[in-house]
Design a protein around this ligand. Structure first.
Ligand code: SAM
Length: 247
């Protein structure tokens, strides 16, 4: 239970911990219909490469069980589903119904029938040790209690299983001024024109700055029980892929 008066970040604002999930839900309710288009425009398609890299390093084999946490519109889940084959299983999960509906429709359009579950990453409705791979793409940043979510991902992984955390990170310092100008001016402008919502893309830019740098995220993963934690900086540090193993 949240303590009265306990606060957390929502972008650059401090809000009551009970308020953050509601605000994050508002962001994704608002952008769900245009989420995929905005991802392509904002990253000029680069997010596809970052996700492909994540899938490649996951080295998923036929028959494996994969859990995609905060999977939203299903990019990672879809890619994993093609790897695990008919004997494997990929679960697409997210706390947000609007994002999941887009994801479910996309998987059906692709001719794949995946289990889709609306749930909070901080209290996953799965038994201990039930997955070979757990992934979370651009989701951890939005969670109120990241330590709890990481502990839950650790719990549902089988011993020997791996977690992959793809998230925005710290851009290479010489590029920071141009990246900041892009994030704080172009993104809200694009958000307003394409998704009819500047504030959600302002939140995106702010939440990236509030997210821990790679070393700190690695420590959080270790505190949650993961070992052999390593990370790869992508696109001059715009994002990073962290991988950890459960023993
Ligand atoms: N993984 C997808 C991708 O890479 O395109 C979607 C990422 S989207 C930026 C972040 C997602 O995190 C949203 O769909 C949001 O609903 C989800 N999310 C936020 N808080 C969550 C929580 N506590 N539990 C599960 N999902 C959450």
């Amino acid at each position: 239970m949240a303590e009265a008066g306990e606060t957390t970040d929502f972008g650059f604002q401090q809000v009551d911990v009970r308020e953050k999930a509601r605000r994050v839900a508002g962001v994704f309710d608002s952008v769900a219909a245009r989420y995929d288009l905005m991802n392509d425009l904002m990253s000029v398609g680069l997010h596809r490469l970052w996700k492909a890299f994540t899938v490649q390093l996951a080295a998923v084999r036929p028959g494996m069980r994969v859990l995609d946490v905060a999977g939203g519109t299903g990019d990672l889940a879809l890619a994993f589903a093609r790897e695990v084959g008919a004997k494997g299983q990929v679960w697409l999960t997210d706390i947000n119904g609007a994002m999941l509906r887009v994801g479910r429709d996309r998987t059906l359009d692709a001719g794949l029938l995946l289990p889709v579950v609306q749930c909070d990453a901080e209290a996953l409705p799965f038994l201990d040790a039930s997955f070979d791979i757990v992934s979370v793409g651009f989701g951890l940043r939005n969670m109120t209690r990241k330590d709890r979510a990481l502990a839950e991902m650790h719990r549902v992984l089988r011993p020997g299983g791996r977690v992959l955390v793809l998230e925005f990170s710290r851009v290479w310092a010489p590029l920071a001024p141009i990246y900041d100008a892009y994030s704080f001016h172009v993104l809200p402008w694009l958000g307003a024109r394409v998704a009819g919502d500047a504030d959600s893309y302002r939140y995106l830019a702010e939440s990236i700055r509030m997210f821990p740098p790679p070393q700190e995220l690695a420590m959080m993963m270790q505190c949650a029980g993961f070992e052999d934690v390593e990370w790869f900086r992508l696109a001059a540090g715009i994002c990073a892929l962290h991988i950890g193993r459960k023993y």
